[in-house]
Design a protein around this ligand. Structure first.
Ligand code: SF4
Ligand code: SF4
Length: 335
């Protein structure tokens, strides 16, 4: 059965940026700018279900969580109903005020992580991919957060590109100076060598160093701790890895929990964020389960999960969750 103690939530499909490989840029026709409210969580998910959620990763397919008006109140509510919950927030970090970051810093604690997605080392370099990002507000936000909160785990999350491949050590050093606890380098799949029809055979964003490109059809990560601070989430990772050994013939990592069930900014529920992406190969998944019209109990007890779902026959399942990938502990434990 699908595991739902970890949720991946897109609180907002709004973003101030225009990263070229983001679905909001690649599939603009069906993009809706929308966001979830605190009332949605209280009324459509409810405290009883929320109390059973052990981890939430706030990260959008189409937008950035920090542009959700109620984000801080939503996190505070989850912390009230599920006091040991772990929060991971993934953001580009641009344009929020110092006041906002200080308020966020007051609701997060040592169980939580923030990932700032920074692919450059200053305004010009970061904008090579993070188009329309704002380096000054990013730096002010990081500093403001740290003046209030020194317990939350802070991650500099960079994607390897051609423009930064010679600057990775420099970015790592900058992350250390700024007080980050970890530098995470993502080797992406979204390049011409993987998808020549989409990105061309001479993809100017693709690193010329092939060691900086993912080897299969899912990103890969290299994680470098920069401080001695304990990274949250070890207990859950052990639990997720235990579940890998209990999968039998199934290869879906949605049966483990590490990936997280996905709630989009319109209130739709999916087994993972991959199936929710607005690419045409996912059309059959779109709108199948909607928390605006059904309760969570109705959705999770639907016979779909014990019948057709277990065929894992969609393109995403066939490429992302192969049996071979499940033997890779990084694949099953890194988010
Ligand atoms: S910051 Fe994130 S949500 Fe915004 S455009 Fe870039 S990838 Fe998309
Ligand atoms: S791609 Fe398919 S098998 Fe993999 S996590 Fe998503 S729904 Fe599950």
């Amino acid at each position: 059965m699908i595991k739902w103690d970890h949720w991946h939530i897109e609180p907002s499909s709004i973003c101030a940026l225009r990263c070229p490989r983001c679905p909001r840029a690649e599939v603009p026709e069906s993009l809706l700018n929308q966001q979830l409210s605190l009332d949605f969580f209280k009324n459509q998910i409810g405290a009883d279900v929320a109390a059973q959620i052990r981890k939430i990763t706030f990260c959008g397919n189409d937008g950035d969580p920090i542009y959700c008006r109620d984000l801080i109140d939503i996190i505070a509510w989850f912390k009230t109903v599920s006091p040991n919950i772990e929060i991971v927030l993934i953001t580009n970090g641009s344009y929020k005020t110092v006041h906002w970051w200080k308020n966020l810093a007051q609701v997060l604690d040592h169980r939580d992580e923030i990932h700032w997605s920074l692919d450059g080392w200053d305004q010009d370099s970061n904008e090579q991919y993070r188009v329309w990002s704002d380096w000054i507000s990013i730096m002010r936000g990081i500093e403001a957060f740290q003046t209030v909160n020194d317990s939350t785990y802070l991650v500099w999350a960079a994607i390897a590109f051609r423009f930064n491949q010679e600057h990775i050590e420099q970015m790592k050093a900058q992350a250390t100076t700024l007080g980050f606890d970890c530098f995470q380098l993502t080797k992406s799949t979204r390049f011409g060598s993987k998808y020549p029809n989409a990105y061309g055979i001479d993809d100017m964003l693709e690193p010329t160093d092939s060691n900086l490109v993912a080897t299969a059809h899912r990103f890969e990560r290299v994680v470098t701790p920069l401080t001695a601070k304990t990274r949250p989430g070890t207990e859950l990772k052990i639990e997720f890895q235990k579940r890998v050994t209990q999968l039998g013939n199934y290869s879906g990592i949605c049966l483990i929990g590490n990936k997280g069930v996905f709630l989009n900014s319109g209130g739709e529920f999916y087994p993972c964020c991959w199936t929710a992406n607005r690419y045409s190969h996912n059309d059959s998944w779109q709108g199948r389960f909607d928390l605006k019209t059904k309760t969570f109990d109705q959705i999770i007890n639907d016979t779909f999960w014990t019948t057709d779902f277990l065929k894992f026959d969609s393109l995403e399942c066939q490429t992302k969750c192969t049996p071979q990938r499940l033997t890779d502990s990084t694949h099953t434990s890194e988010w």
